[in-house]
Design a protein around this ligand. Structure first.
Ligand code: SAH
Length: 397
């Protein structure tokens, strides 16, 4: 224990940690005993010298990400147990060994008491993503223990952290396989629908795993509808709408690569189906240019408009503008699926932005569903910041 540096908190600053909040902000630190490097394990103590937790140290606003609130030996077995616990949760949810679904999030950072770590499973491949230097440094151990926990369910572990680590130059993250190597088909399945999750070149870990349940709900609303899937990325909502019996589906994304992926994924599930069209263009421009009453089902799933609190106002304006355009153009009796994945925007703020947009259009709008992230993206009850995905399903009279 002596070899670990000690982080001593200012008087009173231990309160959040005693309530199991996993973040220690740099401003809460009174002094550091020892010389921890970024990514090192550190012990956190109150000003009075009481033990508070063990975490990974990093230079930045969040100075320590706590993973243990009790004194424990932090070794390979420790990480094995944590990964096993996360896997048990996915078993409890019913996602671990499903017949028609091999895509799910196995580790969701703070939500699984593993701050700084994300693991998504796509069939035989797990994609491991570090958001902290500490998790980066133990990636080999995590990959090895993950293989044991998964007990033959996966064959490959791909590491993808170049874009998510703060000081790439310092910790030298290089993306690549830690174990095995996939045959490069990247084929995966969600609720019986097939798709390519290109974890090497794609955004995030290759696919937006967090919209699975919301896509299923959309499927139920799609029969006979003309559907516009705005910000489609790999086309998840589009192929669900098609299975749901949509009359037509138009997928829009500003990225030509995304449109290519969407077309390929739709083709994989519905070869030669002429109901689908796709267009690479800006969402705001598309909504401005399109005629009124073209669509009766519109999905708005934009990228996070606010990555930080200081751009919150602009982000809320962005949501308002975007939704106002949809309210203005959607057919009478239309359904709008609208989302925000900005962590900095809370449920009430998002709702208010959408309310203002509805008011601008002057139409009668009912909330049918309030959506969030699925169970494999759990929220740690002591870390409300982990609730990031918000969605509303609205009936527009
Ligand atoms: N709905 C998707 C995820 C959306 S991610 C799914 O279910 O998988 C956000 C997408 O918005 C990205 O693919 C990005 O390329 C696209 N995007 C960002 N800005 C845009 C803009 N101004 N117009 C259209 N698409 C945009």
């Amino acid at each position: 224990m002596m070899r670990y540096a000690k982080i001593i908190l200012k008087e009173g600053k231990e309160e959040a940690v005693l309530r199991f909040h996993p973040w220690v902000f740099s401003g809460a630190i009174k002094r550091i005993e020892g010389e921890p490097k970024e990514g090192d394990i550190v012990y956190v103590y109150s000003a009075k010298g009481n033990f508070c937790g063990i975490g990974h140290y990093q230079i930045g606003t969040i100075a320590v990400r706590i993973f243990a609130f009790e004194e424990e030996n932090i070794n390979a077995e420790y990480w094995h147990e944590k990964l096993k616990n996360a896997f048990m949760v996915r078993k409890a949810i019913g996602l671990a060994d499903k017949e028609n679904n091999n895509t799910y999030r196995l580790v969701h950072g703070e939500g699984d008491a593993l701050p700084g770590l994300v693991i998504d499973v796509y069939g035989k491949t797990a994609v491991l993503q570090a958001h902290s230097v500490g998790m980066h440094e133990i990636r080999e151990t995590l990959a090895k223990e993950l293989m044991k926990v998964m007990d033959g369910r996966i064959e490959n572990v791909y590491y993808k952290s170049e874009a998510t680590l703060p000081f790439k130059a310092n910790c030298g993250a290089v993306d690549g396989y830690l174990i095995g190597e996939d045959d490069k088909t990247y084929e995966a399945m969600e609720n019986g629908l097939r798709f390519h999750a290109d974890w090497i070149r794609g955004q995030k870990t290759g696919f937006f795993v967090d919209q699975r349940e919301n896509r299923s709900l959309l499927e139920q609303y799609s029969k006979g509808k003309d559907v516009l899937n705005m910000f489609c990325y790999t086309g998840g909502f589009s192929f669900y709408a098609m299975r749901g019996g949509a009359k037509s589906v138009c997928s829009v994304d500003s990225s030509a690569k995304a449109i290519e992926l969407t077309k390929a994924n739709v083709e994989m599930n519905f070869p030669g189906d002429s109901r689908h069209s796709a267009l690479a263009t800006d969402a705001f421009k598309y909504l401005d240019d399109m005629k009124k009453d073209e669509y009766d089902l519109i999905i708005l799933d934009p990228p996070a408009f606010a990555k930080h609190r200081d751009v919150l106002r602009n982000a809320l304006q962005g949501y308002k503008k975007l939704n106002a355009k949809a309210f203005e153009k959607i057919r009478k009796g239309g359904i709008l699926f609208t989302f925000s994945c900005s962590q900095a925007v809370n449920k009430e703020q998002f709702r208010l932005a959408v309310f203002s947009a509805a008011a601008m259009s002057g139409r009668n709008v009912r909330i049918l569903h309030q959506l969030t992230q699925p169970a494999d993206h759990p929220v740690n009850i002591y870390h409300p910041e982990g609730e990031y995905l918000k969605g509303l399903v609205l009936y527009v009279e």
